[in-house]
Structure formats: C-alpha cells, structure tokens
Design a protein around this ligand. Structure first.
Ligand code: PHE
Length: 336
C-alpha cells in the first residue's frame, strides 16, 4: 500500500499540465470522492492496527503534497498569464499617436501671417516682458500719473511699480533705449487688462505693436505701411481711413479703419452698417517718448501702431465670439 501511495504521489505530480481543465481533471482523478487516493483510503480497513496510522499519515501527506503541487501550478499559471497580459498591453509612449493630427491654432496662424507681412516690409520681430515695470508700460510712454489707464480697474498690478503689461507699447521704449535709429520693428505678444470675459473681451489677449524711427519719417510712411498691411490682410480692394484720436505716446494720433471686406463699404451686418471697421491705433511717436529714450526729436521722427491680434483673427475668419479662441473645443479648432 505504501508503494501504491508513493506511485499516486509521483504520477499525479508528473501529470500536472499547463491547462486549467486538465489540472481540474487530475484533481478529480486523484483527490476526488471517487478518486484513486480515496480508493486507497477505503482499503485501509484491511490493514493491521500498527500499520493503519502509519499509512493514514502517509496518505494525508500525499494528499497535501498533491494539493500543494496543484495550487503551486495554478499560481504559476496565473502569474504567467498576468505577465503575458502586461506585455501585450504595454504602451510605448514614444510611438506616434494614432488618430487625428493637431495643427496650428487659428490665433497663432493669424499672428504668423501678420508677422510675415511685416517681415516682408523689412521689419524685425522683438519681444518684451509680460511682467513689466510701470515705467515702461506708462511713464516712459508719456502717460501721466492720473491717466485712467493706470487705474487698478484696468491694469493688473503686482506691486506699486510692477504690473502685467496692458499693451505692447512698452516694447517701443525698451527697443529705443537699446537701439539707435534706424528702427523698424514689430512686437507681438500677450497683454493683460482687468476686463470681464465676454464675446469681445478677455483679461488676456494679444497685440501686435509696430515702430519705425529714422530721419524724415512722416505720417505718409505710416499710411503707406498700414495700407499695405490692410490689403494683404483683408484683400486688395481694402481702403483705410484715419480718424483723429488721442494716445499720450503719439502726436498726432489716429484710429484707423479698414473698408468692410464683406460689403466693400456699402454697409452690412459685419460692419454694422458703417462700411468701415476699426482695427488699430496709430500715430507719430511723441517727442517726449523719443526724448525719454535718448533719441533727439529734432533729428529723428517715427511712427507707431498697435492692434489686437484676436480682433484681426475674428474678422478674417468670421468668428463672432472671442471665447472660442481660448476654449480649445475641437469642433471649433477642426474648422481650420
Ligand atoms: N497701445 C495702444 C492700445 O493698446 C495702441 C497704439 C499703439 C496706439 C501704438 C498708438 C501707437 O490701445
């Protein structure tokens, strides 16, 4: 009987396979109610009183041994399965993404198109800090202490003399301080104003500043540059119109309109019946500003202009709500 038990132990272990169903069949065959081990135990009645406990003990050992072997094999298989699964589901983050490809944001697209126009006219691009000194954003630009633009309602102040620039015009001053004429630069970038968000306002938006300083620069040069810019941006038929205005850092100053690219000037929904659309502020650089930057206004003159890039993008692409430019809704972005 001892040999029979040892044989059962050896056979059962040798037959252990890697298949769930086979393992279960093996368990039933050896350990089940009608299994081989049970059959041996049933025959124990024939044994002598001395032998019975010894064989009984051995039978229990064999059962425990086979059970442990089965359990171990099942464990192994589970681990192997998990490993396989992990290998199969491994993500290679260095692979290119599947599906839709992204593209340049319409606002960036607009900015680059505008930059290209001015680069074509011989301008270079200069950038300035968004966290700016009061001096560059206001003082040096001839904006007096009590000017409404300095109100904390309009400008984000960090300290008494540090703020988030409310316009790109401080880059004019920074450029003129460092570079002697001839100067021909544009400066695109973010600006900040303490405005509530709505269809045409955002506390963060983008402007593009232009500055030209040299000997003999006149209002005619400003008109020529802006006319070229308008035609290239809105179409060859576009005309421009100067309306007198006031900016502390230009004199004379003007607000500049373009003839409506939708109706050609007859008046329509886009130009609100006006025939003209206001797009920018401009003027001849104020002598005080030139002086503040160490440039002699009796020798040099210049012009400057500034406009909102969002506004141009909205007009160009018929976007009626500015928020669409910031919300990253792919239904909107997919249109471009
Ligand atoms: N900085 C002015 C604004 O934000 C625009 C401007 C720039 C006007 C340059 C004149 C000259 O409204």
């Amino acid at each position: 009987m001892r040999e029979l038990l040892e044989k059962i132990r050896a056979d059962a272990k040798a037959q252990l396979s890697d298949n769930d169903a086979d393992i279960e069949a093996l368990r039933v065959r050896y350990l089940g109610k009608k299994g081989e081990l049970t059959a041996v135990l049933r025959g124990m009645g024939k044994l002598s009183a001395e032998e019975r406990p010894l064989i009984g003990q051995l039978a229990n050992e064999v059962r425990a041994d086979i059970e442990a072997a089965i359990e171990e094999r099942r464990q192994e298989m589970q681990e192997r399965l998990l490993e396989l699964k992990l290998k199969k589901e491994k993500i290679d983050v260095t692979l290119p993404a599947e599906g839709e490809l992204g593209h340049i944001h319409p606002l960036t697209m607009t900015q680059r198109e505008l930059e290209d126009i001015f680069i074509g006219l011989g301008f270079s691009i200069v950038e300035g800090p968004e966290v700016e000194l009061d001096y560059y954003n206001f003082q040096a630009l001839n904006i007096p202490e009590n000017h409404p633009a300095r109100d904390t309602q309009d400008t984000f102040y960090i300290t008494d003399n540090i703020l988030l620039r409310s316009q790109t015009s401080p880059v004019q001053v920074r450029t003129m301080e460092k570079q002697k004429p001839p100067i021909r630069i544009i400066s695109p970038g973010r600006v900040y104003r303490s405005d509530a968000v709505d269809a045409t306002h955002s506390p963060l938006f983008h402007q593009l500043e232009g500055l030209v300083v040299d000997k003999g620069i006149s209002m005619g040069d400003l008109k020529g540059v802006l006319e070229l810019f308008a035609k290239q941006t809105f179409g060859e038929e576009t005309r421009i119109r100067f309306r007198p205005h006031h900016f502390p850092f230009t004199e004379p100053s003007a607000e500049v309109d373009v003839s409506c690219f939708a109706c050609g000037g007859k008046g329509c929904r886009i130009c609100k019946g006006e025939g003209w659309i206001e797009i920018l502020g401009a003027g001849m650089v104020h002598p005080n500003v030139l002086r503040n930057c160490g440039i002699d206004p009796d020798v040099y003159s210049g012009f400057a202009f500034g406009f909102g890039i969002e506004r141009i993008a909205m007009l160009k692409y018929h976007i009626d709500d500015m928020r669409l430019l910031y919300e990253n809704d792919t239904r909107f972005l997919g249109e471009f």
